[in-house]
Design a protein around this ligand. Structure first.
Ligand code: AMP
Length: 308
């Protein structure tokens, strides 16, 4: 059993108040796969241009990651540049160059067809749609998106949202998608399309889970001493969140609300690690015991005996 992710493999240029990193490996699929690989096997469906060879995919060559679904095409890899503001919750996109992503027609390898979970990470909604259709027996389908696709390909995005169980989305992007500022009201415009759960990423404030039946849960962010680069925190969040759900499915359990709550904590924790260094660097250094320690700390920081 495994998770299949479709997303970008990118070459990123990152500018933060604490330093820069130019032309480094990034992309939504890269961060997601590294974070999720601590919990389950991850198969990547993505496209990259031949220029990726200069950077190399070696950070993704890990025991729990299958990269045979990364299609290398003649041309340029997806490129993205971002500059962060001092609060690190907001950033300006400097450029988004689709390169070979513009013509990508994914073919999901047969070995990935039995995946329990499909994650449609940030990329072209039509490509997300194609991948979800190619894995019809998945037990759980989740989707992430961002301003670029909400603005440019809204109809395609609405279409793919009709075919997923969970939407994972940043606070501002939920507001932008719905055109409504109140998050619970904005969430209803996604529930109306079919998804039963929405996970809202709140940056340094953590994340919340909204259920179509009115359920609500909030998980605070892990408090960090040093934040260097938040790029990929959202994708790493999704990796931790879905990784923990995959573990539960793998053990033969039906997913309960308490599993989703725990998954939200692990999502926040994987996002927090990513923020501590540029690009994917921090995810390459940590171990499962670092993750377990941070989970215990976060539970300890937030738990109290209520008298209600
Ligand atoms: P996050 O900080 O979680 O939003 O993820 C940033 C990562 O997503 C970077 O590595 C970028 O290469 C990638 N990215 C940025 N814009 C897009 C986009 N429009 N579609 C897909 N991936 C993107």
């Amino acid at each position: 059993m495994s998770i299949t992710v479709v997303g970008t493999i990118g070459i990123d240029s990152l500018y933060t108040p604490f330093g820069d990193a130019e032309r480094v490996l990034g992309g939504s699929a890269a961060y997601f796969a590294l974070a999720a690989s601590f919990f389950d096997r991850v198969n990547i469906v993505a496209v990259a241009g031949t220029d990726i060879n200069a950077i190399g995919l070696h950070p993704l060559q890990r025991e729990n990651i299958d990269i045979t679904g990364i299609d290398i095409q003649p041309g340029e890899t997806f490129r993205w540049g971002g500059r962060y503001h001092l609060d690190l919750n907001t950033r300006d996109t400097l450029f988004t160059e689709l390169g070979v992503l513009a013509t990508f027609q994914p073919k999901v390898p047969a070995a990935y067809h039995g995946s329990d979970i499909v994650f449609l990470a940030n990329l072209t909604p039509a490509v997300q749609e194609s991948v979800v259709q190619q894995i019809p027996n998945a037990k759980l389908r989740a989707l992430d998106t961002m301003n670029f696709w909400i603005e440019g390909m809204r109809d395609d995005l609405v279409n793919v949202m009709r075919h997923v169980d969970i939407v994972i989305i940043a606070e501002e992007e939920l507001r932008q998608f719905a055109g409504i500022s109140n998050l619970r009201a904005a969430a209803r415009s996604i529930f109306a399309l079919g998804p039963q759960k929405i996970v809202v990423k709140l940056g340094t404030y953590g994340s919340i889970l909204l259920d179509a039946d009115g359920g609500y849960f909030a998980a605070p962010a892990f408090p960090l001493d040093d934040v260097r680069d938040p790029t990929g925190a959202g994708d790493s969040f999704a990796g931790g969140f879905l990784g923990v759900l995959a573990e539960r499915l793998q053990a033969g359990h039906e997913l309960q609300l308490r599993d989703y709550k725990r998954a939200l904590y692990y999502g926040n924790i994987m996002g927090s690690f990513t923020c501590e260094d540029f690009g994917v660097q921090r995810l390459l250094q940590i171990s499962t015991s670092d993750i377990a320690q941070r989970y215990r700390n976060l539970v300890d920081f937030t738990h109290f005996e209520s008298r209600i």
